[in-house]
Write a protein that binds this ligand. Sequence first.
Ligand code: AMP
Ligand code: ZN
Length: 307
Amino acid sequence: MAKCIRCGKPASVHLEGLHFCSDCFKIHVEKEFEEGIEGHAVGSRLVNAQEKVLVAVSGGKDSMVLWYLMHKHNFNIIPVHLNLHYGFFSEKSLEVVKAFSEKIGQEVRIFSVKDDFGIDMEGVFKKAKNRPRCGVCGTIKRYLINKIALDLKVDAIATGHNLDDGASNIFKAILNWDFETLSRNSPLSPPYKDKLVKRIKPLYRLSDAELKAYADMMQIDYTSEVCPYKIGSVTLSKSKEVLNEINEEFRGIKRTFYYGYLRNRDIFKKEEAELKECKICGMPTSSEDGICSFCKLTKDIENEKEI
Ligand code: AMP
Ligand code: ZN
């Protein structure tokens, strides 16, 4: 029987060729979370104990673990869930988030794209019929969560993006020599003027498999339902698969790859062009015509062909 690499007792968690007993696995996950908050390999701390943080919770394993850990470590957090009204998927997400809120006795703020912001996602998808729905939804979610964060006057937005997300994103960006992504992908995105709230990804040191094992061990409920509109990028999911395959053979290479990028990402740094203010909503935009992609997707405007 394999022994725990930390204490030598019989191991019950076996991941990436490492073996842990359950107590040591919990310590390992919390240590990686703490080092994530401290910004190891990033170069600066993601967030301080005094800062107020909006935790974006989708109901999936990553953001539920994030909520649990931020709560456990006494961060000043406001959990926020955005109801997209995607039938059973959204009902299940809402149910999980509400049940967890009751379980740990912490209020979660629920916002509805339809009732609070008057957005009909079906209408948005029709308008942007040439764009993948997953990307369109991402634009709407990012914009609205930032808007909620501004209204709630928080200092940061935390999301559940994990190590596999970060590493596969960079791997895909290198395959495509996508310098735009390489220049700005980080677990810490600074605020922009008073318009874009700082964004942090405290789970960037924990893998998909670690987060799943931890959620199961700690009995943190989550939904495994896949979003009906998730026709994710083929290159991205393939990148995840390939990285994990290489990692099976060359243990730890996924981390070496990603942390190496984080330590050296300044080599991809570009002069940031000054952003314009959207003619409709005033938010920062790089769009040529001065109308941000959120407004193009949700407002009645003439040049819809550019969506
Ligand atoms: P995704 O892009 O769906 O993989 O989600 C990435 C992160 O965005 C999640 O880990 C959450 O932190 C956040 N998120 C996604 N969907 C929602 C939602 N409906 N409400 C709140 N946060 C969300
Ligand atoms: Zn706008």
